[in-house]
Design a protein around this ligand. Structure first.
Ligand code: NAD
Length: 484
């Protein structure tokens, strides 16, 4: 089986921040891979725009290096790389200034899809949006892509939404959360809504609890000064974990259509109960054999910012009343692992008299490593000697189930950029969703600030502070092992 690639329409994509880290590591290698797979039309144009005063050849050299570093050798075909570089040009522009905008306008074609990727600090979103309009560069059907962080609280998110709304309609704004571009995250919707098996059981009557884990092994590293103003709650929970929670818990939308899906996600956020202080654990990593402590990684040696957070949430609606959702995310943890675990309840009555009783079914949606879906079932152990039960996985690791070619999964950024060109907003956050998520997050953070709450220290290479384990133990449950 070979993956089917549907080419997108001809486009002009301008990347503000085209010389930055995100462009180098994700956006440009991703676009190259789409070109390599013949999804990107050869006539399409990618225009870099940034402060660096350089010409197009210099930027092409930068992009060539990015491809060499971040694209697998099998896809680095010399003629294809050259053909891709031919699609590129560069315009030096200071987002706060007046120069360069006329040059950019001259490069834009009237017929091609127009997209502007704001891969710059959020403080530049407003000035760029304004100049794109004032200089008559962006058409009324242009699309803009904005990166996280989208605000640092409800107030700043509202201000940012208002600024963008001055120049662009909501239907033109693509707020990126790359977790939504992950193949398995979309597969969660396919599993739920394209099979009869799960949806009838997808509620508090049959699901004991849900766990969502996003564990990283890295510390804050070079991002210390940014991260320390943010913390795990703002950097991960408000956006990525909240999006995963919404897709897991939402009602079936009437159509797989952007606003239908986003309406349902929004309802989940609005149904979240405020979190009790005793239902949250915050942590900060200590020094380990292979790295410094959080406090050594940031400038403020008395920082109270969390690098780990675990919490128990309740969704107050008909479907989920009584089923807790446990979320956790942290840095310097045991392994890099992201997954959603749906633990079903035990069968109501055990008819088997042997020592081993049936286990709970567990559905695991694995985002990384090895994207895939795994369902744990209890079956009879083969062989004579009575009815012994064993637990077996029904593993749908994509590479094994679909073959390596289909399972050569596009990076989340690749998929999302192609969705922008197609004009499909389903996997992007709407302004009201982002605001609702901040509206839920803000009081929690304000409570920590008010009480001068100090995060618990935890050993690097572990699953976080012990209190996070207790959060589940006290409910008679346990976290899944964090393992690669
Ligand atoms: P970076 O500092 O590496 O690059 C910033 C880019 O913006 C550079 O190209 C720079 O020339 C350009 N720039 C800065 N000031 C400018 C100005 N006045 N006019 C025009 N261009 C200007 O940053 P980055 O890591 O690439 O991140 C870009 C955005 O993406 C940020 O908002 C960041 O929070 C977000 N983001 C980054 C990552 C990542 O992995 N790097 C992940 C998620 C979100």
């Amino acid at each position: 089986m070979v993956a089917r690639v549907i080419p997108v329409d001809d486009f002009d994509l301008v990347i503000f921040g085209g010389t930055g880290d995100l462009a180098r590591r994700k956006i440009l290698p991703g676009l190259y891979r789409r070109f390599w797979s013949e999804q990107m039309p050869p006539a399409a144009r990618i225009i870099g725009a940034a402060r660096t005063d350089q010409d197009s050849d210099a930027w092409r050299a930068f992009v060539r290096e990015a491809i060499e570093e971040f694209v697998s050798p099998a896809k680095r075909v010399p003629e294809t790389v050259e053909a891709f570089l031919d699609c590129l040009s560069y315009v030096p522009i200071d987002a706060m200034g007046t120069d360069g905008w006329a040059d950019l306008r001259a490069l834009m074609r009237p017929e091609a899809v127009q997209a502007f990727y704001f891969s710059v600090a959020p403080s530049l979103f407003g000035p760029i949006a304004e100049r794109l309009k004032d200089n008559a560069i962006a058409r009324d059907d242009a699309r803009i892509v904005v990166e996280k962080p989208f605000g640092r609280d409800l107030e700043t998110a509202k201000a940012l939404n208002a600024t963008l709304a001055t120049h662009f309609d909501e239907a033109q704004i693509y707020r990126i959360d790359h977790y939504l571009g992950k193949e398995t995250v979309q597969n969660l919707m396919a599993v739920r809504f394209a099979n009869m098996l799960f949806e009838p059981l997808w509620n508090a009557q049959y699901i004991d609890h849900v766990q969502i884990t996003v564990a990283e092994t890295v510390g804050v590293g070079g991002r210390g000064s940014y991260y320390d103003k943010s913390g795990a709650m703002r950097d991960m929970v408000q956006n990525h974990l909240m999006q995963l929670l919404c897709l897991t818990a939402m009602e079936p939308p009437a159509h797989f259509e952007p606003n239908a899906v986003r309406d349902e996600k929004l309802k989940v956020i609005r149904a979240l109960d405020p979190v009790e202080p005793g239902d949250i654990v915050r942590g900060q990593y200590q020094a380990g054999a292979d790295g410094a402590s959080y406090l050594d990684d940031v400038e403020d040696s008395a920082s109270r910012t969390e690098s780990f957070v675990a919490m128990k949430l309740h969704i107050s609606n008909w479907r989920w009343n009584g089923t807790p959702f446990y979320l956790r995310t942290g840095k310097r943890m045991k392994s890099r692992m992201s997954e959603i675990v749906i633990q079903f309840k035990e069968p109501p009555h055990n008819i088997f008299t042997e020592a081993v009783s049936p286990r709970c079914n567990i559905l695991t949606i694995r985002l990384q490593p090895d994207e895939g879906i795994d369902l744990r079932m209890t079956i009879k152990e083969p062989g004579p000697g009575g009815m012994r039960l064993v637990e077996v996985p029904m593993d749908m690791t994509f590479a094994e189930a679909l073959g390596p070619e289909v399972a050569d999964i596009p990076d989340a950024y690749e998929r999302l950029i192609m969705d922008v060109i197609r004009g499909n907003q389903t996997l992007f956050m709407r302004g009201d969703e982002v605001e609702a998520a901040w509206g839920w997050t803000d009081p929690i953070i304000a409570g920590w600030t008010r009480s001068e709450h100090v995060p618990l220290p935890y050993e690097p290479g572990t699953a976080g502070p012990e209190d996070a384990l207790i959060l589940l133990y006290r409910d008679g449950r346990r976290w899944r092992e964090i393992s690669a």
